[in-house]
Ligand binder design. Structure first.
Ligand code: HEC
Ligand code: HEC
Length: 499
């Protein structure tokens, strides 16, 4: 038996200096662990108090999945200048506010010891509007991003990461020249690894989205929503029927979602749940079920529930005498399908789907959404309270409310009709081709200026309605107002400026 006193005397035989030296590596390892943990473990987005700033720049969690390292994003336009159509990200339609280093629609998060950035909702749902050639652009959140050419952007990223110059040796000096304060660890470990990871990540993602290479250019303001979804689900794209492989859709407006509860929306009315439409949209921001920030989505949802469009009348005059003459025409011809006004959405058929045969607009977007996809959309959130239950295949396009009608141009689900005046004409009198991407507003015909190819150094996109998926047919005939007299049409347009 050993007594306490004997134990004590045994212990005291350890040499304290030896113990000290033995402890040093342990302590150093501890300090290193703490340092590395502090440097690499935090996972924090840049957050914004104001709901509109949150919408424009806040994170939905998507950077965790696809985030580009901030400094690589910043230098790509120099590294791969010739893969862009013009100068900088502005040349594919990103909008930069004064004093901001990231465009509207891009969020930032610190993760793995590096700042990462990715697109958020505002990339596709915010835009600029100019009221005159030299007017300051007005930033409108909640309207479709009419200027963003997402396909051109995707091709830029794809070509750039595949470029032989996309190596740490080329990129890191650009990053230092751009003013980044890189320490040794950043310079020799973090950023070189980030370059390789980004190349694999972007190549992998854009490899899945390879269907875009077989499609005609979307041009600014459009994306193929549901073929992108199929690609992300790894559908065997090459085996799908060609008719479902074209589905470019105009970026829609997303105001007043609370009043749109229960309506069948998305262009083809494939989902009648506001919550699911918001959550499904989050896939577009890279936010998968495992990585999504539900609190952030809830804030966006709270904002878009009641957000309203800017009033036309705050920027241009309205002839209210003439508008009065348009009111009964609207009531007679349009209100059943599009609601009583720009803020009262009651109407017999509002939020329901009109069959393709009756509406007669371009069929491709409708066919791109298939029953197989509807079934698959139930799987990502399977087993959770968020599981999608409301997607269903429809056979036409939805009667949507017309809040902010003036900012919905170019009109129809594929953005094929530039102005409201044109939409009120029979199909053979609508423009067969026009320039898209100008943010200068035409307050007479109600749409964006569509007859100039270039302005202030910006080149626009020639939208050709003869290309499959771009058709401008339908929404035509007595019921749709295309047989009204010119005087009646001008009165109706004046009235609709109040929406
Ligand atoms: C890549 C572009 C893109 C991103 C990013 C994006 N959206 Fe959308 N959104 C679209 C398109 C395109 C549609 C129309 C889909 C269709 O019917 O084809 C749409 C539809 C919607 C709708 C339904 C509108 C209606 O009335 O029919 C809502 C609501 C919406 N988005 C909200 C969001 C939110 C919230 C986010 C961020 C979490 C987001 N979107 C991110 C492109 C985008
Ligand atoms: C029978 C229902 C119905 C009637 C009547 C009707 N519309 Fe529509 N409208 C639709 C549908 C459905 C769409 C979507 C079609 C598409 O995008 O392919 C649409 C689209 C539109 C759009 C484009 C919206 C956007 O965001 O691009 C405008 C503008 C519009 N209608 C105005 C009118 C006006 C003005 C009238 C009356 C003269 C009218 N509509 C009558 C069903 C109707």
């Amino acid at each position: 038996m050993t007594t306490a006193a004997e134990k004590k005397s045994k212990r005291s035989r350890f040499c304290p200096i030896l113990v000290f030296f033995l402890l040093i590596p342990l302590v150093l390892a501890g300090i290193l662990t703490i340092y590395l943990a502090k440097r690499f473990l935090p996972d924090e987005p840049v957050a914004y108090e104001d709901p509109v700033e949150h919408f424009k720049y806040g994170s939905t969690g998507g950077e965790r999945n696809l985030g580009f390292p901030y400094w690589i994003w910043q230098v790509l336009p120099q590294v791969c200048a010739e893969h862009l159509p013009g100068d900088g990200y502005e040349s594919v339609g990103f909008v930069f506010e004064e004093g901001k280093d990231l465009p509207i629609g891009m969020s930032k998060r610190r993760q793995f010891g590096i700042d990462r950035v990715f697109l958020n909702c505002a990339a596709c749902h915010a835009a600029t509007v100019r009221t005159a050639p030299d007017a300051e652009p007005l930033i409108v959140v909640g309207m479709g991003a009419n200027n963003l050419d997402l396909m051109a952007f995707q091709k830029f990223m794809y070509n750039c990461v595949a470029d032989r110059r996309f190596t740490p040796k080329q990129i890191v000096p650009h990053i230092q020249a751009a003013g980044a304060d890189l320490d040794l660890l950043d310079k020799y470990a973090v950023y070189p690894a980030a370059v390789h990871l980004m190349r694999d990540g972007v190549a992998g993602l854009l490899g899945r989205l390879r269907f875009i290479h077989a499609q005609p250019d979307w041009g600014p303001g459009r994306v193929d929503t549901f073929n992108s979804a199929k690609a992300l689900f790894n559908f065997p794209i090459e085996k799908l029927h060609p008719d479902e492989l074209l589905g470019a859709a105009d970026f829609p407006t997303i105001w007043n979602q609370a009043k749109k509860k229960g309506m069948q929306l998305h262009w083809d009315g494939n989902n009648d749940s506001v919550e699911e439409r918001n959550l499904n949209a989050a896939f577009g921001t890279g936010a998968t079920p495992r990585l999504i920030d539900h609190a952030s989505i809830a804030r966006i949802q709270a904002w878009n529930a009641t957000a309203t469009p800017p009033a036309f009348g705050d920027h241009f005059p309205i002839d209210q005498e003439l508008a009065k003459k348009g009111a009964p025409l609207y009531k007679q011809y349009c209100a059943d399908c599009h609601g009583l006004s720009g803020s009262d959405f009651t109407g017999r058929f509002v939020g329901l789907v009109v069959s393709l045969i009756s509406i007669g607009t371009d069929p491709y977007r409708l066919h791109s959404f298939t029953p197989e996809l509807a079934a698959n959309l139930g799987t990502p959130y399977a087993g959770t309270e968020y599981r999608f239950k409301h997607f269903k295949k429809t056979f036409g396009y939805a009667n949507a409310p017309m809040d902010g009608l003036w900012l919905r141009a170019p009109y129809l689900h594929n953005g094929s009709v530039p102005t409201l005046w044109d939409l009120l004409q029979p199909v053979d009198q609508r423009p067969a081709s026009f320039w898209r991407g100008n943010d200068r507003y035409d307050p007479v015909e109600l749409g964006f200026v569509d007859d100039v190819a270039e302005e202030n150094g910006r080149n626009f996109f020639l939208y050709d309605t003869s290309i499959p998926g771009n058709g401008n047919s339908g929404h035509e005939g007595a019921a749709y107002g295309t047989e009204l007299s010119d005087d009646q049409k001008w009165a109706l347009i004046e009235y609709l400026k109040n929406f």
